[in-house]
Design a protein around this ligand. Sequence first.
Ligand code: ARG
Length: 579
Amino acid sequence: MRIEQWLDGVARAAIAEAIGEEAPPVVRPTQDPKHGDYQLNGALPLAKRQKKNPRELATPIAEALLKHEAIASAEVAGPGFVNLRFDDAWLAARLQEMLADHARDGVPAVEKAEKIVVDFSSPNIAKQMHVGHLRSTIIGAAIVAMLRFVGHEVIGDNHIGDWGTQFGLLIVGMRTFGDEKALAASPIEELERVYKLASDRAEGDEDFRNEARAELAKLQSGDTENRAMWETMVAATRESLDVIYDRLGISFDAWLGESAYEAALPGVIDRLIDEKLVREDEGALCVFFNELDAVEDKKLKKQKNPFIVRKKDGAFLYSTTDIATVMHRIREFDADRAVYVVDARQGLHFKQLFEVCRLLGLEIALEHVGFGVVLGPDGKPMRTRDVNNRVITLASLLDESEERAEKLMREETELDEALITELKSVVGLGAVKYADLSSNRTSDYQFDFDKMISFKGNCCPYLQYAHARCLSILRKAGEEDVSKVTGRIVIAEPAERTLALRLMRFGDVVHAAAGGYHPHLICDHVYALARDLSAFYEHCPVLKSEDAVRESRLALTALTARQIARGLGLLGITAPERM
Ligand code: ARG
C-alpha cells in the first residue's frame, strides 16, 4: 500500500465528518518520532478560511481520526497540527500483507497505466561514449525499471546519433587514412583517430573539404558504396557499445537512431510549412518563437535564436529528426508520453522541440529529464583524458571500479578469493551506478571512487552488505530461501517499530521516484532502511531470541532484505546473497 496516500484519504474523511467540509489534509511523516508517526496539517488552512482557531478545529478532527482502527493516538499539538500514531497490531498486519506479496512487495500499480517511451543513453556513432552518456544510460535504465514496475508499458529507445555531417569526413577519412584491421579490432578508437586526422586536414585543405561534402551528399542520396561504408561504421560502433551495455546489464526495446527518420524529414518540413510555423532566414528554414502568436511559453516568446530545421544547403538537423521522432512515437508506438533522459545543457533544445510539437497539435506528453554534469574528485568537470592525454574510456573507468571493489573486499572482509572474484563486478558496477543515482539528478555529481567504494556511508557496498547480512542471519536460522519466510510479525520494541514504519513507506517512495523520475528517492530510502536495520540488530537480537519473538524478527529481517533487493533492483543493481 501507499501509506501516506492512504492516510491522506482517511484524514479527508475525518475532516468531512468532523467539520462537514472539504479540506486539503496535508499528511507527512513527523520529524521527531517522539511526536508520533505522521502529522496532519490540514486544520491550519481550513481555520484560516473559516476564520477560526485552528486548535479548535483540530480537536474534532483528531477525535474522528481516533475512531479508525489504524490510529492508536491522535493528539492536537502546536498551532493546530494533529500528531498521529499507528496502532502496532494494525501496522504488523500491513507488514504481513507485504510479506505475502511476492510479486510487488506491497507496492500498488498506478491507476492509469500509460504507454511511455524512454529515450536514453543515445550516444553518437564513431565517438566514445562519454561520462555524460553513462549518466543517461544509468539514470535512463532506472527510470525504465521504475515506470515499468509501477505498471506502465515502457519502450526504452536508444536514439543514437548515427546520421549527420560527420559522415562526409569519416568516409573520405577512412579512404585516406583508414586501417580496416584496426576498424575491426577497436572500431571506436579507429574512427576517432580517422575523424581527427580528417578534420585536421579539412581545416587547411579546401579540396579535401569539398570532397567530404560530396561524399556526404552521395551518402544521403543513397550511393551504395558510401552506404556500405556507413553501415560498417555503424555496425562496428554498435558492437563495442553492446559490450558496455552487456557489462552494465542494460538493454533497449528499440534502437532507433537518427538515421531511422531520414526518409520522414521532407514530410516534417512540409508540415511545418503548411502550418505556417517556419520562415526562411538567410536561406535556412527556421521557427521563430518570438514571431508566433500561438507561443505560450514566456521565455520562448522572447527567444530570438530560431529553431533551425533545414540549413541553407538543404541539410536537415538534430531538431528536424527529433520532430520526426515524436511523430513516429505517436504513430508507431501509440505513446502517451515520451521522456528524454538527456544532459540538462540540452534544455533549450527540448523546450523548443516540445513547443513546436505542441504548435503542430501532436498529442503526446513530452518531458525532458535533465541531469547535471559529472565532476571529478577535484570538483571540476570530469576529465576525459588522462595525464598522458589518452582518452579515459568508460571501459577503463568500470575496470578501475571493479579493481577497487576487489581491493575493498580483500581488505575489509573475510571473504575467500573465489567469492571476491565472483562479486567484484556486482560490487564495482553497483557502486558506479549507485553513486550516480543517489545524488539528485538535476545537480552536478561528483565522481569519487573513494566515497563510492566503501562499506561506510550512503554508498552501494554498504547496502549490498546489509542485504547479505540479512540473508546470512536467515541462513543461520535455517531459512535458505528469503521468499519462503512467512512468520507472524509482532511489533513490540521501538527499533522494530522504526523499522516497520520505514518498510511501510516503500510504496509512497517508489511512486514518488517513478512519478518525478527521481531514482535518488529510492536510494535515500534504501539507505535509511539499512540504517534502521542496523539499529534493529543492535537492540533486538534475532538468533538469540526465542519462539514468537524470534519468528517475528526473522520475518522482519526477510522483509527488509527483500525491500533492499527490490529497491536496488529498480536501480539496476544486484544485491548478492553472500558478501
Ligand atoms: N545523441 C545525442 C547526444 O549525444 C543525444 C540524443 C538524445 N535524444 C534525443 N531524442 N534528442 O547529445
